[in-house]
Ligand binder design. Structure first.
Ligand SMILES: Cc1cc2nc3c(=O)[nH]c(=O)nc-3n(C[C@H](O)[C@H](O)[C@H](O)COP(=O)(O)O)c2cc1C
Length: 369
């Protein structure tokens, strides 16, 4: 094979490796954070190699005339470069495992995810133009049509199917002690951390792992833990004080889907659930971290019941929301409507899949309070 032929072959291999790696990166829910970040760094390295191999394209960008096809290809490639740079920057800021920028921007993870889906569409277009670029004129719409089809598929897989499968069938094993332990922060306050989680308020079926593992964490003692519970434990480990859970008298169904339906029914009525094993009073605390999962875009009813049960005046209430992509939803205004304490407007929002990797982030966040 001549030099030109082998360069073309190398370029194709690089393109295929990049395309495949990008698909692996979209499977964040399944691969977990350390793998995702390492794969992201590898992706950037290969992108740099890709750009070096294709340096002639950049050199020729100002030369020659532009027909429609060249205009489209150039626009797609430049948009892809800009998108990949934005993905890199948001990824670095949101990093939990490899980098530690100390910058906190609420919702940056979601921006990163949206940019990744845009990137997928542009990569699909870029690759398909390479594959079909030399076909007859009448087939030239094929790359665009296929790229659009693949992008719709990617959105469906990444936004709905993968999180659905993750939530319904995957249990993530953690070493609890390692995950929750880290540096301490002295806030100079009497601190109470209160958490509500589905896990503590559900009688799981014996075969829960097979049928409805659903968003659960499993520790080294084979106990199920909830996301908000683990986040609450991290806050207590970092800031000290007491940790209490919100417990309901009636428990939620074992299956995730049934809990979602049960919560919807509960939340559409005025009745608050009965709580049990409550602290007698919370008078001695002046700062309360309220850790809860976002349910139907707001606070779960047991959290509302808890807020209704005590006098929070003179206390700082700091919401800490774990969520599946919805951020804090409208939980802050709903907390303010039922709580007479000083509710901190900017909550800590934590995407559920990030929780096993967010201990350092929690320290940074507490230091900035
Ligand atoms: C009943 C129910 C409703 C939910 N509604 C939302 C929602 O509206 N938006 C969202 O982003 N995530 C939603 N989720 C996902 C949870 O907020 C997320 O998985 C959370 O981390 C679970 O915390 P836990 O393990 O402490 O219960 C919902 C989960 C359940 C069980």
């Amino acid at each position: 094979m001549d030099k030109y032929g082998s360069t073309v072959k190398i370029k194709k291999v690089i393109d295929i490796v990049l395309g495949s790696l990008f698909i692996v990166l979209l499977g964040y829910s399944f691969t977990g954070n350390p793998f995702h970040e390492a794969a992201g760094v590898l992706f950037i390295v290969i992108i740099i190699v890709h750009n070096i191999v294709n340096i002639k394209w950049y050199k020729a960008i100002k030369r020659g005339s532009y027909n429609r096809k060249r205009k489209v290809v150039t626009a797609v490639n430049l948009a892809l470069e800009a998108d990949l740079t934005a993905i890199l920057m948001t990824g670095m800021i949101n990093s939990r495992s490899l980098f530690h920028t100390g910058i906190h921007i609420a919702g940056i993870g979601r921006v990163h995810a949206v940019l990744a889906l845009v990137g997928f569409a542009l990569i699909a277009f870029h690759l398909l133009i390479h594959i079909f670029g030399h076909t007859q004129k009448k087939y030239r719409v094929l790359p665009a049509a296929l790229a659009i089809g693949l992008s719709v598929l990617a959105v469906f897989l990444d936004v709905w199917l993968l999180p659905y499968l993750k939530r319904h069938f995957l249990t993530v094993e953690i070493h609890q002690e390692t995950v929750i332990s880290g540096e301490s922060v002295d806030l100079g306050r009497k601190i109470l951390t209160v958490y509500f989680t589905r896990t503590g308020n559900t009688d799981f079926a014996d075969n829960v792992d097979a049928v409805s593992g659903a968003s659960l964490l499993l520790n080294e003692k084979k106990e199920f833990l909830g996301n908000s519970q683990v986040l609450g434990q991290m806050i207590q480990d970092a800031a000290g004080g007491e940790l209490v859970s919100i417990n309901t008298k009636d428990h939620y169904p074992s299956s995730y889907s049934d809990t979602v339906s049960a919560a919807k029914k509960e939340m559409s009525g005025p009745k608050l659930p009965e709580l049990v094993d409550m602290p007698e009073n919370i008078d001695e605390y002046d700062m309360v971290f309220l850790v809860f999962p976002l349910w139907w875009n707001t606070i779960p009813k047991p959290v509302e019941a808890f807020l209704n049960s005590y006098d929070f005046s003179g206390k700082f209430v700091i919401p800490v929301v774990t969520h599946g992509g919805g951020g804090a939803g409208k939980s802050i205004e709903d907390i303010k409507a039922v709580c007479d304490g000083t509710v901190v407007e900017k909550p800590l929002e934590m995407y559920c899949d990030d929780i096993p990797y967010c201990r350092e982030y929690v320290t940074d966040w507490l230091e900035k309070l």
